[in-house]
Every structure is written in structure tokens, then in C-alpha cells.
Design a protein around this ligand. Sequence first.
Ligand code: ZN
Length: 193
Amino acid sequence: MSVLEILKFPDPNLRKKSVPVDGVDDELRQLADDMLETMYYRKGIGLAAPQVNRQVRLLVIDTQAALNNYKSEGESQTELEKKIHQPIVIFNPKIVKVMGKTSYSEGCLSVPGYYEDVNRADWVRAEGLDRAGQQLIIETDGLLAICLQHELDHLDGKLFIDRLSPIKATRIRSKIKKFGYEENKLREKHEVL
Ligand code: ZN
């Protein structure tokens, strides 16, 4: 396994639309393993393939690890989240049903050090393929639902900063332009998606 380089906004490769996989082979499983190692190394809870410059529809997620190792205090998993085996590796993910609304202060390994409240659905049903190429169905709320929506956006070239109001989006973009990304600015209390 190896830790991969993570592309950062405004890298144009983050804007490409990722393509579905035809099937899950050893090479793709290796990519998923490398992405998991990269995600844990960077203390993230989710990572999408385009963030490591592979434009395929693949996500890795582990909100449980965050809870065990580097999550902020006072947060816990919902009953639905607890039932789901993590880490999650999901190819060709689709969100087929959503319910409710929620808002959460999101960060991103491709926009490190910056956080903003983003509106998302509260509950989602996601379908895709697992690492064996078998159908995977996830029904969840909580941080896992937010993470799934955030990571799926990456596959369509979308970042959380695109989901902010025009005023907030302009503010964060100009901050990034001015200050860039300082590694030591990463706030340990936040989990990044
Ligand atoms: Zn992200």
C-alpha cells in the first residue's frame, strides 16, 4: 500500500467527471487500498478517486475511524450508522433516495484547513458495488450520509465550496487565493471529507 498525493483546489483535474468501472479487478482493489491508507494518513473520513487524480467512480469512507482516532468530542454515531460495516469501499455509487435536511461544517482534503456549513439531505440510500463487485446498499443518516453526499460530488467534479451561497463562496475562494494551504493550519478537531 502507499500514500498517494492529494490534488488541491483549484487543480483542474478535480473538475473532471469520473467514469464508471466495468467491473472490480485487482488493480482497482489496490487503488481502493491505497486510497484508504492515504485517507487515514491525512486523518480524513472519506476520499474520492479524483482526489488522487484517478477519474473513476470509486469512494472510500470510514466515519468510524474518525470516532475512534481523531474525531471531535461530543459526537457519536446514529443507530443507522452503527449497523454499517466500515471502512466502506464503493464503486459506481449512486444516491437513489434522500430524505430530510441537515447542515454540517464540512472540510475537504482537497481544500485543507477551510470549513463551511453545507446543506445536505439528512438520510440517503446509496447503491453501488463493493470490493468483490457485488451489490452494496447503504441506508444511513448522520455523518456517514453527509460524507457519502460530499464524496459523490467529487465524482462529478464538484467541491463543497460550490454548494455555498455566492457570498460565502467568493469569501472562501479569495481566502484560499490569499493564504493558500498551510499544513499547520489543519484543525485537528475537525474531520475532513
Ligand atoms: Zn472532499
